[in-house]
Design a protein. Structure first.
Length: 148
């Protein structure tokens, strides 16, 4: 069977194997902020399925960077709202909202897929907009520490 991904588009940054103890595969949506026609997201889905783990799609946004502008912030936040509405309305199939502890703001838990989790065929979308300095980094460290 032919590899569905172009090997020239995959860059291995270290020789470490995935963390077998990790509860999910993390896709950190940064540059290509879209669900369709997104090679990196497709690759993350394949990895989650291969590892039989759920996929956590993190789209986090911090306002603390050198080239910040109202125009960029508006664009990114409109896209995040569109993604969230697509997930909530079922237009982005197979992706659930990432909620733990009964609310969207409690990130202390673990995302699993219940009876489907052992097959790795589910995904969660976690949008995050930093409201106070340091929140973005804390969230990022939390989700990275739990990833495969």
């Amino acid at each position: 069977m032919m590899d569905p991904f172009h090997n020239t588009r995959i860059f291995r940054r270290n020789q470490a194997e995935p963390n077998a103890e990790g509860g999910y595969v993390l896709y950190w949506m940064q540059i290509n902020r879209r669900f369709h026609y997104n090679f990196a997201l497709e690759f993350a889905v394949e990895e989650a399925n291969r590892l039989r783990k759920p996929l956590l799609i993190l789209e986090a946004f911090s306002c603390d960077y050198p080239w910040a502008s109202d125009r960029t912030h508006t664009f990114v936040m409109q896209g995040m709202a569109e993604h969230w509405n697509g997930v909530m309305e079922g237009r982005i199939r197979g992706v659930r909202p990432a909620r733990v502890g009964g609310g969207n703001r409690d990130y202390g838990g673990r995302w699993d897929c219940g009876d489907r989790g052992d097959r790795g065929d589910c995904a969660y979308y976690l949008p995050f907009v930093e409201e106070k300095p340091g929140q973005y980094e804390r969230l990022l460290m939390h989700v990275i520490s739990g990833a495969a």
